[in-house]
Design a protein around this ligand. Structure first.
Ligand code: G
Ligand code: MN
Length: 402
């Protein structure tokens, strides 16, 4: 079966802007295919239907889609096998699985291969609409991130001479403290919160990147993460009640049982904290990212994707994290006032983020021209040397030109 002729004809009469996305539906139940071929265009989705996975794959090879909606149990290739085979060449396209007989095993497999959602049949149309709209937006965001990544440059931090690493790491931990850099509200320049940035007195470990690299080599990432969180807890006493504190997480921290446990003092300040996870990090080594993030969110933490555009990992980290906040990478911010490609991209990211209820932080803002351009493009929050450098807690910031 190919694209339903009647449906594509009726779609062509609509304007391109009103289409949320193109959905590929695969299900061996022709009744469901007919129903969706009629219902989805009415909800402004283009739709192609196939009654087996092999034909679905062929259609996918020939045409771009934004979302795949597939049945789980089908004769021949089933939904999980279809998902697996899609993931061999496309890590981003959202795949929604439907099944009348959900099992724990198939749900686990679905997540493992990066399914977007797992829905129980009969699926209500309103629910399907919400899921498909969310999925189509994720797919658009994936494209924007890819475009952003091509603008971004990568700076790899090296720790230098690695002799005596453990001793140096020990000293770094002992002298660890946090500097804080303000994040300002675009609407009035008041303080929204501060990002905590680690500092230490070990001269050979001059920046957070080097510190993380050393910690990684000596197996000290959990120790470092705990020290950072302890330090933030101490500082929060000096912070005004309305401020949020942004704390950088290493993916490895997600594996530390202490993070989010009721015994850790950090959990008690969860509703004041935004956990930043950088897009540079690889999340695929962390099993069950979604449920770990969900658990943190349930305690009250908010999640931010840091350095958006810098490390397009192609691994759907944005979709996995469903962040409340995104922080545009500095490479998008730098010279944005004079670079049209960046302006277009930032404007699109802001518009899509607004649709998704996501707050956008422009970070690394250094000039008034960049600030004014980003304001006009619709960023919500601002951070950068223009307003304040990272400093011991909690210095004020200049919204107006210093
Ligand atoms: O990756 P992450 O967003 O966590 O990095 C924050 C880093 O960016 C900190 O080391 C901070 O000192 C630095 N930083 C903050 N504002 C600016 C800025 O305006 N310009 C530059 N070059 N770096 C900045
Ligand atoms: Mn950060």
């Amino acid at each position: 079966m190919s694209i339903d002729q009647a449906d594509s004809a009726s779609l062509n009469s609509q304007t391109a802007n009103s289409i949320h996305g193109r959905v590929l539906v695969v299900d061996d139940d022709n009744g469901i295919l007919r129903m969706l071929a009629e219902a989805l265009p009415a909800l402004n989705f283009e739709v192609a239907t196939h009654d087996n996975a092999e034909d679905g794959l062929r259609a996918l090879a020939a045409t771009d889609f934004d979302v795949i909606l597939t049945d789980l149990l089908m004769p021949g290739m089933d939904g999980i096998q279809l998902l697996q085979s899609i993931r061999q060449h496309d890590l981003e396209i959202p795949v929604v699985l439907m099944t009348g007989t959900p099992t724990v095993d198939s749900a686990i497999q679905a997540l493992e291969y990066g399914a977007y959602r797992y829905l129980k049949k009969p699926v209500r149309l309103a629910e399907l609409q919400t899921v498909l709209l969310g999925a189509a937006r994720q797919h658009k965001m994936a494209h924007l991130r890819l475009a952003a990544a091509t603008i971004a440059g990568e700076a790899v931090v090296r720790a230098g001479d690695l002799a005596g690493l453990e001793a140096r790491f020990g000293l770094a931990l002992e002298t660890l403290r946090m500097d804080f850099q303000p994040i300002l509200n675009a609407k009035d320049g008041t303080i929204y919160g501060y990002e905590a940035l680690m500092r230490c007195d070990e001269p050979s470990i001059g920046n957070p990147g080097a510190m993380l690299e050393v910690a990684e080599r000596v197996n000290g990432l959990h120790a470092l993460g705990r020290a950072v969180r302890e330090s933030v807890v101490k500082s929060i006493e000096e912070a005004e009640a309305g401020w949020s504190l942004f704390v950088n997480l290493h993916p490895e921290d997600l594996l530390d049982q202490q993070l989010g446990s009721p015994t850790e003092a950090f959990s008690k300040i969860a509703d004041r904290v935004v956990l930043e996870i950088t897009e540079r990090s690889r999340l695929e080594r962390i099993p069950d990212v979604r449920s770990r993030i969900r658990a943190l969110r349930e305690i009250g933490f908010r999640i931010a994707v840091d350095d958006l555009g810098a490390g397009y990992s192609g691994l759907a980290s944005f979709a996995q994290l469903e962040p409340e906040i995104v922080k545009l990478d500095r490479s998008l911010v730098q010279h944005v006032d004079s670079t049209q490609t960046k302006q277009k991209l930032v404007r699109s990211i802001n518009a899509l983020s607004r649709d998704m209820g996501v707050t956008v932080v422009a970070e690394g803002v250094e000039t008034v021209a960049e600030r004014d351009s980003l304001l006009e493009l619709g960023c919500d929050l601002f951070q950068g040397f223009l307003f304040a450098r990272p400093a011991p807690p909690f210095a004020s910031a200049n919204w107006e030109t210093p």
